[in-house]
Design a protein around this ligand. Structure first.
Ligand code: GUN
Length: 294
């Protein structure tokens, strides 16, 4: 059996079109345009690529984007001051500090300094608490994108066994919270597995929907999935490839060639979850501006 590819590029483009329409309506009704501030500290090449993509997506959707680049040796207090300034800036509805941050900066402190009303990344403890208590405000973009991807591909998680491999604050934990909610597009039975899980394969073969967010190339092999499952690959791993000019290529966590022959639906890397993350960031930014003006 050959699987159907879940086209994140196409689905995210549809969402971005919907967002652009929403932005126009907001502008017509209130005279305001949503604004997103992105802060990049240091010069991590992958982060630079992500920030550039976020800026481009904002421009296409007519969302104002403000970019702040700070050197790798930026002091924590300087970054916190910049965030506090943006918290007070009425043109800015969303603030995103690109992670990871250099070692001298406490990530948790940074996340807590962003106003919870502008935390379009959904990482502030207040927003995480709202999600856990069943009243979500901002949901972090990658898990939110995964839920949309499932729904828009006809793979609703309702009543399904969902196994998430990975327990990060950015993906695994919030995704579990989203999909176990008592609400439409959720209602799943969720298992979270991680690096210390014993007998992982016994757990993953029970998945109707398997999500891998562990960051190891080729980690999910075909013996770990059941026939007809849905596989969502969140991994973005660089591996050396001397046949390419840039010297590397991007692969997911899933051994795509073998797994795709066994399952019913699968996301490619790149072009699966990645583009969805950006679309949901824009969606959260528009939501934030509506909370303020509409
Ligand atoms: N780095 C990788 N993914 C993300 C994300 O979703 N948000 C932020 N702020 N940084 C990231």
């Amino acid at each position: 059996m050959s699987s159907q590819i879940i086209d994140g590029k196409k689905i995210s483009a549809e969402i971005r079109d919907e967002i652009a329409k929403d932005v126009q309506i907001l502008k017509d009704n209130t005279g305001h345009v949503p604004g997103l501030a992105v802060i990049l500290v240091g010069d991590d090449p992958a982060s630079q690529v992500y920030v550039r993509m976020k800026k481009k997506a904002c421009e296409k959707a007519n969302i104002a984007s403000f970019e702040y680049r700070m050197p790798a040796d930026t002091k924590e207090c300087e970054l916190l001051k910049k965030i506090e300034e943006l918290n007070e800036n009425d043109k800015v509805n969303g603030i995103l500090v690109q992670l990871p941050l250099p070692g001298q900066i406490d990530e948790n402190k940074v996340i807590r300094t962003v106003s919870p009303l502008k935390d379009v990344d959904g990482l502030h403890p207040e927003n995480l608490g709202l999600l856990l208590s069943g009243r979500p405000r901002f949901v972090s973009c990658t898990p939110y994108g995964i839920q949309e991807l499932l729904m828009r591909s006809g793979c609703s998680p309702e009543g399904k066994n969902v196994v998430i491999v990975g327990r990060s604050n950015l993906v695994g934990k919030p995704l579990a919270a989203i999909l176990m909610q008592k609400s439409a597009g959720a209602n799943a039975t969720v298992t979270v597995a991680h690096s210390r899980t014993r007998n992982l394969k016994e757990i993953t073969v029970g998945a109707d929907i398997l999500v891998s967010a562990i960051g190891r190339p080729g980690f999910i092999t075909s013996d770990m999935v059941s026939e007809g499952a849905v596989v969502i690959d969140v991994g973005i791993n660089r591996i050396d490839d001397s046949t390419l000019e840039k010297g590397y290529r991007i692969v997911g966590d899933v051994e795509y060639d073998t797994v795709s022959r066994k399952v019913s639906f699968i996301t490619p890397v790149p072009g699966g979850v990645g583009p969805m993350t950006i679309a949901m960031l824009l969606k959260n930014t528009v939501k934030s501006s509506k909370m303020k003006w509409a």
